[in-house]
Design a protein around this ligand. Structure first.
Ligand code: AHR
Length: 515
């Protein structure tokens, strides 16, 4: 068995963990909205047609912010279609996903759903087929109290209070040739800066997200960020990153996907800081990692893509990836990567939420269940509060085709001063070896601890409609701890949460006094 030594030091602070790190994404795509969160004919639907079993799972998942309504969809979306009397809303072609959009669910319905889910709305605007005026119209409709045509229209549409949306994405993946209205960095940078300036003349406190690259492998990556930030630096707060990973015949490489995410974040932060230096600015641009997940995109491109001039289905089954244990372990390491950059990544959206590359699956008229990726997300969102702490890792490494030598263990720790709770999140990337990990948590004032692991004899095990509870987190019985020393055995291809529970409050205070 391999051995590894980890040290958690309460003084190795990465940064405060913004709760928006545990956001998600709902796009009008496939069965994400229709037959996903919304299915009026289902026996568990509420009076607005929302599935209460799905709402329960969304609350259990603990998503804080939800990006909406796209994605590629938003670049052809006319927001006016989706508000007002439902029986007058037009059906429209969705060119991004070759589908028909009924507009049955729009801003009003979705914000009502969000209230039930307990999440914050993050709105994306269409800078593909539309521009500044339509963005300003939507902003006025959504955020102005009363007294103008658009704010009064919202009131007449049945929503007296403004939606007061704080975070706005200035378009979606505008660097991608597949995007409706795809632009050069120069053109997009100017449009985004003008739109942001105009939106801020309505409300200077809006938080605006500029489109970064749609992946680190885009040919324009790096230069795109430099250029768009040069145009829009003073007008925005965030630049976005998007990244999807899939296993394509090289599991060792796939298990090291977190390295790619680490480098991606660090390159974008360095580019933003370069622009900051050139401009002599004292403002720091943070990262909104507003699309990240495992996505078997190759399968979609080759098999599932809809075609045909007369073929525009409503809510087709698209991007319904079924996630394995290996997928969930890689997914868990992506969460570790986000936490390891909590100082710069202050918002993130797991893409997506229901049915479409999602942790929650549903069957029309049937069940809703948790995919394997549900578990690392729900556990981390629930416990990773307070501050992210760097973990010193001393372990063996393995060779990968894309990232060179990669450590077998990936980890991050968190500690919340106010509750006294902490956690260490761990991944074993080895495909066949258990690793015995000794952890020195000397710096943290914690009491008892528990550990839960996601792994399986079969790394391809998954939760399916026929076997909905095959994969779950289970207590790791190898956990031992004495004083500040912990030891635990991590199975091959596994994700683990070591939960560090609070000392009794008096003890925490006593320890602080002696520091
Ligand atoms: O999440 C699926 C798609 O991935 C989104 O619509 C797009 O922004 C990205 O390419």
């Amino acid at each position: 068995m391999h051995q590894a030594r980890l040290t958690v030091d309460s003084k190795s602070v990465i940064g405060p963990i913004n709760r928006r790190l545990f956001g998600s994404f709902v796009e009008h795509l496939g069965r994400s909205v229709y037959d996903g969160i919304y299915e009026p004919g289902h026996n568990l639907a509420d009076d607005e047609g929302f599935r209460t079993d799905v709402l329960d799972l969304v609350r259990e998942l603990g998503v804080t912010t939800i990006r909406y309504p796209g994605g590629n969809f938003v670049s052809g979306f006319r927001w006016e279609d989706s508000v007002g009397p439902r029986d007058q809303r037009p059906r429209r072609l969705d060119l991004a996903w070759h589908s028909t959009e009924s507009n049955e669910v729009g801003l009003s319905e979705f914000s009502s759903w969000l209230e039930k889910a307990g999440s914050e709305l993050m709105l994306a605007i269409n800078l593909g087929t539309r521009g500044m005026q339509e963005a300003l119209d939507l902003l006025e409709y959504a955020n102005l109290g009363s007294g103008t045509a658009l704010s009064e229209k919202r009131i007449a549409d049945g929503h007296p209070e403004p939606y007061n949306v704080r975070m706005w994405c200035l378009g979606n993946e505008m660097d991608g040739p597949w995007q409706l209205g795809h632009r050069s960095a120069e053109d997009y940078g100017k449009l985004a800066a003008q739109t942001a300036r105009a939106m801020r003349s309505f409300d200077p406190s809006l938080e605006l997200v500029l489109c970064g690259s749609s992946s680190a492998s885009m040919p324009t990556f790096g230069e795109w960020e430099r250029s768009v930030l040069t145009h829009a630096y003073d007008e925005v707060d965030y630049i976005s990153c998007h990244a999807y990973y899939e296993e394509s015949g090289d599991p060792g490489n796939f298990l090291a996907s977190g390295v790619n995410m680490d480098r991606f974040i660090e390159s974008v932060a360095a580019t933003a800081d370069h622009v900051k230096a050139v401009r002599g600015s004292d403002k720091t641009i943070n990262i909104s990692f507003d699309e990240w997940n495992i996505w078997y995109n190759e399968r979609f491109e080759k098999v599932d893509k809809i075609q045909g001039v007369d073929n525009w289905p409503v809510a087709p089954r698209l991007l319904e990836d079924c996630y394995t244990v290996t997928d969930a372990v890689v997914f868990g390491s992506l969460l570790i990567s986000l936490l390891n950059h909590a100082d710069r990544v202050t918002s993130a959206s797991m893409a997506q939420l229901v049915n479409v590359i999602a942790p929650i699956m549903t069957e029309p008229g049937g069940a809703a269940w948790r995919q394997t990726t549900f578990f690392p997300f729900a556990a981390t969102a629930a416990r990773a509060t307070g501050t992210a702490l760097r973990v010193q890792i001393d372990c063996e490494s393995y060779s990968t085709s894309s990232y060179g030598e990669v450590p077998l263990i990936d980890a991050v720790a968190t500690f919340d001063e106010s509750s006294g709770h902490g956690a260490v999140y761990l991944v074993n990337r080895s495909q066949n070896e258990e690793i015995e990990v000794s952890i020195d948590i000397g710096g943290l004032p914690v009491g008892n601890m528990t550990a839960r692991t996601l792994s399986s004899e079969d790394p391809n095990a998954a939760n399916t409609i026929d076997d909905q509870n095959r994969v779950n987190l289970t207590e790791n019985p190898t956990l031992r701890h004495a004083g500040t020393s912990v030891s635990i055995v991590l199975p091959p291809v596994s994700w683990t949460e070591l939960a560090l529970n609070s000392l009794v409050p008096e003890k925490v205070n006593e320890l602080r006094r002696t520091e």
